[in-house]
Design a protein around this ligand. Structure first.
Ligand SMILES: Cc1ncc(COP(=O)(O)O)c(C=O)c1O
Length: 399
């Protein structure tokens, strides 16, 4: 029975209905056709600028073929956790390939990136340890830190003086871990890895980097943040996900053999949750092979990114510290952000609004994601439409 106090809570939760009444509700839109850069929603054709498929591989023939073959061979899923009956030969092969790709001794594949963070951030430091993290980290890192029972300290976004201030307060013998996004998922900037590693070395801390948005995007053949800075040996734990460049669903942790062995046998989000279906594993493996063998995709992604960032900046938009294919346009007003997204939707451009509480309300933004497969024509249409809608709504050049 739903108690009255709980019903009152549901009744007071009116935001989705208010947005629907205002005609600007942007969530849970059912996509009928998805061709990476183009989608069909409610019969309407839109250019997709809100997807994390940076490499544009979800419809690649080799990815589809690999997934189909695995589906035929293994059926629709493993019906169990990796720990027990849910590991296929494909899971192991992908772990070996990812260990090699990331330059680490071993790798463990989880069912989602969220679970990889949850099960790893919580695993090492224990009740007497300390987790030190960037304030703009992904929600899954926040949740993992809560499950760790460790003391959690947050440093101001990418602020190395603040990080050092916190490190100085922790006794030398305490187990401590610095954890951060390699590329920040809303802001699109890159973690200051050289300084983080130098501080970790000085204060004897573990380094964990979440490369969810960095895989495929930065580093040699898309190997991620550590490779980008030439610091693979200095990053102890690399987390990645298949849900963005790797055209599938799932997550992984790459580290030493000992760290992976410990996680494998203790991480509850891995042990007590069913594994990724073999078809999903095969899709990620095929995407990884394409990324490694076709570096021109990464080049194209960066050409597209530079073109859009430069065009928007020249028009006077505020993209703040973005330096990657995640390009935020800061509107700094929740209502206007919803309106802007809705107008773009009506004009055939799909983008995502990011509003409070995900970001402070004076930081609300429209998040554009660029893909390697966007054509020049699609980029021009996107920039032109953003300019037109900004003028119409009077939010142009909000700097
Ligand atoms: C920085 C970051 N880490 C982790 C995740 C979780 O990954 P997944 O979608 O594979 O669960 C995401 C995805 O939103 C992310 O942006």
């Amino acid at each position: 029975m739903i108690q009255q106090a709980l019903q009152d809570k549901f009744d007071a939760f009116t935001i989705p209905d208010e947005l629907k009444k205002a005609g600007v509700y942007p969530y849970f839109r059912p996509i009928q056709v998805n061709n990476d850069t183009e989608v069909v929603i409610d019969g309407k054709h839109l250019l997709m600028f809100g997807s994390n498929s940076y490499m544009g591989l979800t419809n690649h023939p080799k990815v589809k073929e690999a997934a189909t073959k695995a589906l035929e061979q293994y059926g629709s899923c493993c019906s169990g956790s990796r720990f027990l009956n849910g590991t296929s030969r494909l899971h192991i092969e992908l772990e070996e390939a990812l260990a090699d790709y990331t330059g680490k001794e071993a790798c463990l594949v989880f069912t989602t990136g969220f679970q990889a963070n949850l099960g790893t951030v919580s695993a090492f430091t224990g009740r007497s340890g300390v987790i030190i993290m960037d304030e703009y980290n992904h929600a899954s890192i926040y949740e993992g830190s809560r499950l760790s029972f460790s003391k959690v300290l947050k440093y101001s976004h990418n602020d190395m003086a603040d990080l050092e201030r916190l490190l100085k307060t922790i006794p030398e013998a305490t187990v401590k871990m610095i954890v951060f996004d390699g590329i920040f998922s809303m802001e699109g900037d890159i973690a200051n890895l050289p300084e983080i590693c130098a501080l970790a070395n000085k204060y004897q801390a573990l380094v964990m980097c979440d490369d969810a948005h960095a895989v495929g995007v930065i580093g040699d053949c898309g190997r991620g943040t550590a490779s980008h800075f030439g610091l693979t040996n200095d990053v102890d734990i690399i987390m990645g996900t298949f849900s963005k460049s790797l055209a599938s669903v799932g997550g992984y942790i790459a580290s030493t053999k000992d760290a992976i062995n410990y996680l494998k046998h203790t991480s509850r989000p891995m042990i007590f949750s069913a594994s990724i279906p073999p078809s999903g594993v095969a899709a990620a493996m095929a995407a990884l092979e394409i990324i490694r063998s076709e570096p021109e995709r990464q080049e194209r992604l960066w050409q597209n990114t530079h073109y859009v960032s430069k065009s928007l900046t020249e028009l006077g938009f505020d993209i703040n510290t973005s330096e990657t294919p995640i390009i935020p346009i800061y509107i700094r007003d929740n209502q206007l952000t919803f309106q802007f997204c809705q107008r773009l939707f009506e004009e055939g451009i799909f983008v995502n609004p990011v509003v409070s509480p995900a970001v402070p309300s004076d930081s609300s933004l429209i998040r554009l994601s660029i893909m390697a497969t966007h054509t020049q024509e699609q980029l021009n249409i996107c920039v032109g439409t953003i300019e037109k809608v900004a003028q119409e709504l009077g939010v142009f050049a909000m700097k």
